[in-house]
Design a protein around this ligand. Sequence first.
Ligand code: THU
Length: 128
Amino acid sequence: MTDYKYLMDKAKEVSANAYTPYSKFNVGACVLADSGNIYTGCNFENASYGLSICAERNAIGTAIANGEKKIKAVAIYSPNMENCSPCGACRQVIYEFKSDEGVVVLTELNGEIISHSIDDLLPGGFSL
Ligand code: THU
């Protein structure tokens, strides 16, 4: 049984490291890969605003760099917003790496973990 709370706790922890001098909006993400390993990432911004990278894509990039091929779950947390749900670009990137059982996307609302499948968050996602 996957410990969603553990993933959310890791997402919270890493959100403190976000580099957000422009938006002041911190996000942390924790990915559970098919292997059972977990990887975290935070958002980091740039003076050239469009170059900012979201927490989810940072965490997924780290998973891929460590040899992972598929992901089972991703927890997302922002201290600045309840139920911080992935942006459209991140939904597409999550979709790319979904495991055979799909990907569970976890957010937190009123201290409760909410889960959605990536297929619900991105119906008809693009894949080749
Ligand atoms: N952000 C994320 O890290 N993940 C999301 O899914 C939504 C947005 C970041 C990007 C930017 O650094 C800040 O939050 C405000 O948009």
